[in-house]
Design a protein around this ligand. Structure first.
Ligand SMILES: O=C(O)CCC(=O)C(=O)O
Ligand SMILES: [Fe+2]
Length: 355
């Protein structure tokens, strides 16, 4: 996008690919412009949505489970309220994320990388080396489990970053496990079924920063994609909307309920549920007058976890996807562009193909 600075170090010139470090743009640089047929068509987005909102403090566990079953089957997305993570914590984590992106360019340059294999990196777009058109997003990617292995390499600035992010990671993980319990039961499985199958689970985090964009109609923060992991817990900006999900051919805006967390089913739960629960297409659009931030916590199977549906779910309908390890899946996911066909399609069995 920008010319490398004359005389600057290689790292310094690479850093200039970061949107949060570049000067204001009046027009969208060409390598962010999508071809006409791929643009977001923002005027067609449906804002009045029925994306379920589930109260996790209800004393009626069966009600929670049935609401989760409905949400996972029909939407793949839902918001949870009274989820046990305090508003204060959520404010702190959003605050520290924003402070991070406001650090001076030299500080951010130390963390820049476009190598998807790196377990801690500040990057931009999605996979800059592979893609033709970039996305209007910077992101900090962190591996989070076990915390003590990764936190030492996390950003040293802002000062409270490690402390606040690691507390939030732990709480998000606990919430994720609680949801795995409800999801397992909603499929008629033992409460700990999913947790056991996924093994000693990895956890990743993406702190997404979408700067103001001069021409939001022409580009994306993140184009349509499904999440390759098992479950995503998304903390959305409270002031600025941007997340949209695809339902019956229409893009629906998921406007955040105050301090709710947005949950979505990832590809691995779609596979484990034999296609009953859906990892749906979603995207993030950008704004001309406001920056936006979101913090995604991804719960992933451990690399060696064998993903195949339980017997109970294949008694009446055959397995739609072949068995594979998460390692195999994840490599495939990163070898492609974000907005290609659903990565799970590549793992279909013959019976799956006929569906
Ligand atoms: O920013 C958002 O609302 C969506 C983020 C997302 O989908 C992701 O990080 O995978
Ligand atoms: Fe996503």
């Amino acid at each position: 996008m920008n010319k490398p600075q004359v005389g600057g170090s290689a790292r310094r010139s690479r850093m200039h690919q970061l949107l949060s470090t570049t000067p204001h743009h009046d027009t969208l640089p060409e390598n962010y412009v999508r071809p006409e047929s791929e643009r977001p068509r923002l005027s067609e987005v449906v804002t009045d949505s029925n994306i379920p909102v589930i109260n996790l403090s209800s004393s009626d566990k069966n009600l929670i489970i049935s609401q989760i079953a409905n949400a996972c089957e029909n939407y793949g997305f839902f918001q949870v309220v009274n989820h046990g993570i305090t508003e204060e914590m959520l404010r702190e984590v959003m605050g520290i994320g924003m402070e991070f992106f406001r650090l001076p360019p030299e500080e951010k340059a130390k963390l820049y990388s476009d190598d998807p294999a790196k377990k801690m990196r500040l990057s931009t777009s999605f996979n800059v080396k592979k893609e033709k058109v970039h996305n209007w997003r910077d992101y900090l990617r962190l591996h989070c489990y076990p915390l003590e292995d990764f936190v030492p390499d996390w950003p040293a600035k802002p000062e409270l970053f490690k402390e606040i992010m690691s507390t939030y990671c732990t709480q998000a993980r606990q919430l994720g496990f609680r949801l795995f319990g409800y999801i397992s039961e909603s499929l008629g499985l033992e409460e700990d079924y999913i947790e056991k199958v996924l093994g000693k689970q990895e956890q990743h985090m993406a702190v997404n920063y979408y700067p103001q964009c001069p021409e939001p109609e022409l580009t994306y923060g993140l184009p349509a994609h499904t999440d390759p992991n098992a479950l995503t817990i998304l903390l959305q900006d409270q002031q600025v909307t941007g997340l949209q999900v695809l339902k019956e051919g229409k893009w629906i805006a998921v406007d955040p309920v105050p301090w709710a967390l947005t949950i979505n089913i990832g590809d691995q739960l779609q596979a484990l549920s034999n296609g009953r629960y859906r990892s749906v297409w979603h995207r993030a659009v950008v704004n001309s007058n406001k920056e936006r931030m979101s913090i995604a916590s991804f719960l992933c199977p451990c690399n060696s976890a064998l993903i195949c549906p339980p017997k109970k779910l294949t008694e009446r309908s055959p397995a739609i996807y072949r068995s594979y390890t998460y390692d195999e899946y994840y490599k495939k996911f990163w070898s492609r562009n974000l907005d290609q066909e659903h990565c799970l399609e590549l793992f279909k069995t013959n019976s799956g193909e006929q569906n």
